[in-house]
Design a protein around this ligand. Sequence first.
Ligand code: ZN
Length: 117
Amino acid sequence: MNLDLKKVAEYMRKADLEDLLDRVTVYRDDMEPAALDLFEGELSRRGVNRAAIAEHDVDCRSDAIQNADGTIAHCSFCSRPAVMQGRGWHRLWRRIPVFPRLFAYCRSHAPTVPTAS
Ligand SMILES: [Zn+2]
């Protein structure tokens, strides 16, 4: 695989902290070693130590959905680890329901369940 380290470095500088932490922890196996080195260097530059990285790893894996191959499932709406799944409609242009499908949701995109009060 050809890895364009210039593009990786450009992406890395713009990435938020959670994204960088996800990539060096739960998505570590999906990363090229050279890109992983860059991301770990960026985290170090931002003042994130190994203990904080390990804590993020434990926190994410505590409720993340694991695929059959052992990898962590991605949210259907962003790159964060999925924590729940649910059926919904695949919508054409975000409006017209076309067919039902399974969606994966991260903590931010998980639908809220109304509570009885
Ligand atoms: Zn999400």
